[in-house]
Design a protein around this ligand. Structure first.
Ligand code: F6R
Length: 603
């Protein structure tokens, strides 16, 4: 979702902006643009489509040492060049990029901008016209920016350049992510650290409702009243090679392949050499004190919560309830007496999840963010954080973060269970079992060609499909269907196998692909097989993914057996590959599916 990059100082701004925008591509966007300041030769270049389309429009004359760039994921107004950022004020003096949603933009237009001629439909253009208007009304640039911030409601990350004084970038944020990068003789602002690590590894956070005056030598943080705030910088432990694709055709395949390594990394992080759990005792105590665990998340992370629910309940003896973050932010149900909130979020920036956290903080509920991104908003604002250590996930479709979330929660569950004196937790040799999971993943990964072949036969022309399963397999079906639909555009439902006959089975017709997942006990497996028979009898084209030991002749994909607590990890891998090949075989952009963004920073 929208990405911002800006630089001021002694560097080639065009290069830095374009490289930054390329690194921000993974977030999802449908247009892009840059502004490079250079007196009378300043350039504003925008393009609909990919960064490559923007690059094609940039000539050698686009040069300077201060600039701002943006990738736009359309919210207000379609993906057109007029709506693409940067936007300019009425006279063209001020140039602004914005990530977020200005809720009162129509009121602002009516109240302050009568007679202003706007080129596009965006809330951002209104914001920059407002700033320009206040300067026309004789405020200084800083005062005008502050006054605009006091009027604007909603979420925003702003980077503003005054073309008449290009030694400064004015920055502010509320609810949308933004980070400062500090260099030698130059400074940067960006939506995330990954887009800046080629230039610097020294970063500084900006908190909500803070303003930063960024020059080549300083980043001065203030509140909106102008009071200066001391803020230490920090060095990020990011490795540039982590964000390359290497020889892989797509990030998604690389990230699927990384999962055994991620499992081993989690073992070395959350267990000591004797296999004892290595989890912050304060987190363990906080979960122990709770009478109910609430997992709040969106999309794949929500599905990872379900995939961990049974294991968490069995090991901790605490009921676990799942909540869709976008619903709970504004419709919080009746909670138990001693709730504990776990926010699952790969990016740590999901606005819907953050809204829940804001509520939880207001209510004094202890919270734990389980995220892949250190220093992310959800991590900063929750009581506790556990990191996924999965390395940057670039493909929009989340894969390694899902399995890392389930594995990380397994460490937490075992640590809490042991602290509660539960024999089942003490007996569960997680380090050993997770090593087996890593091997099982490797075994599935070695079957890629076979899986690609089956996908070609099953899904190459279909418009719809079903995943079915019971218990944990149902939860995996939810994730498997989300993955398939988001990158292959095949409409797919993940269904509880037994529920199909209560209505949805009417959709099954000759050739409808149905993928059956079977990993549970013999008894449950027998029931799922019964449901598979029901759809097959109505013409469905069936593919089975079965855990070793439960297979029968004619099954398609057999997955190595793993501990039942971790079976959701074992089962999901082949479904990730099914989605990958379905997308690839349709000639789609696997890593950047249409309409989607990696970090969903608007509600
Ligand atoms: C799907 C996917 C999304 C995210 C969701 C939440 O592959 O990645 O469904 O899981 O947008 O994002 P995070 O986990 O960053 O909070």
């Amino acid at each position: 979702m929208c990405g911002i990059v800006g630089v001021v100082g002694n560097r080639n701004a065009t290069d830095i902006l374009m490289q930054g925008l390329e690194k921000l591509e993974y977030r999802g966007y449908d247009s892009a643009g840059i502004y490079v300041a250079n007196g009378d030769n300043s350039s504003l270049v925008k393009s609909v489509g990919r960064i490559a389309d923007l690059r094609a429009k940039i000539g050698i004359d686009v040069s300077g040492s201060t600039g701002i760039g943006h990738t736009r994921w359309a919210t207000h107004g379609q993906a057109t060049e007029d709506n693409a950022h940067p936007h300019t004020s009425a006279t063209g003096r001020f140039v602004l990029v914005h990530n977020g949603v200005i809720e009162n933009y129509l009121q602002i237009k009516e109240e302050y901008l009568a007679g202003h001629d706007l080129k596009g439909q965006t809330d951002t253009e209104i914001a920059v016209h407002l700033i320009g208007q206040f300067v026309e009304d004789s405020l200084s640039v800083l005062e005008a920016f502050k006054k605009a911030l006091s009027i604007i409601e909603g979420s925003y990350a702003f980077a503003l350049v005054d073309s008449e004084d290009t030694d400064t970038i004015y920055v502010a944020k509320n609810k949308s992510p933004l980070l400062i990068g500090l260099g030698d003789g130059y400074n940067m602002v960006c939506s995330d650290a990954m887009a800046m690590i080629r230039e610097t590894s020294e970063f500084m956070e900006i908190h909500d409702k803070e303003l930063v005056i960024l020059t080549k030598d300083a980043a001065t943080v203030t509140d909106y009243d102008g009071n200066e705030i001391e803020r230490d910088s920090y060095t990020a432990e990011l490795d540039l090679s982590d964000i390359g694709k290497g020889t892989y055709p797509f990030y998604m395949l690389k990230e699927i392949d990384e999962q055994p390594t991620v499992m081993r990394k989690l073992i070395s992080t959350y267990a000591d050499s004797e296999g004892n759990m290595n989890i912050d005792p304060a987190i363990v105590k906080s979960v122990q004190d709770a009478d109910r665990i609430y997992i709040l998340a969106a999309g794949t992370s929500y599905n990872a919560g379900f995939a961990s629910k049974a294991m968490l309940e069995k090991l901790t003896d605490t009921p676990v309830e799942l909540g869709v973050a976008s619903e709970w932010g504004y419709n919080m149900p009746l909670l138990s007496k001693k709730p504990m909130f776990i926010l699952l979020s790969q990016s740590g920036e999901t606005a819907d999840s953050r809204q829940v956290l804001v509520k939880a903080n207001e209510m004094g509920i202890p919270s734990l963010t389980v995220t892949n991104v250190p220093g992310s908003t959800l991590s900063r604002e929750a009581t506790y954080t556990m990191l996924l250590h999965a390395g940057p996930e670039i493909a929009v479709a989340s894969t390694k973060a899902y399995t890392a979330q389930v594995a990380a929660l397994a460490f937490l569950a075992k640590a809490v269970g042991e602290a509660n004196g539960k024999a089942e937790a003490a007996e569960f040799d997680l380090v050993h079992e997770l090593s087996i999971v890593a091997q099982s993943i490797e075994a599935t990964l070695s079957e890629k060609d076979m899986i690609a072949d089956k996908v070609e036969k099953l899904l190459s022309t279909t418009r719809n499909a079903f995943y079915i399963g019971r218990g944990n397999d149902y939860y995996v079906a939810m994730e498997a269907s989300l993955k398939l639909k988001e990158i292959s555009y095949i409409q797919c439902e993940g269904f509880a196998a037994g529920e199909l006959k209560h209505g949805t089975i009417s959709l099954i017709e000759d050739g409808t692909p149905v993928i059956g997942l079977i990993s549970s006990s013999e008894l449950v497996a027998a029931h799922t097989r019964g449901n598979i028979q029901e759809v097959a009898a109505r013409g469905a084209n069936v593919l089975t993914v079965v855990e070793e030991g439960l297979e029968r002749e004619g099954d398609d994909i057999v997955v190595n057996k793993v501990h039942p607590f971790l079976a959701t990890i074992g089962m999901v891998i082949s479904t990730q590959l099914i989605a990958y090949y379905a997308s690839l075989q349709r000639g789609l952009d696997v890593d950047k599916p249409r309409n989607l963004a990696k970090a969903v920073t608007v509600e």
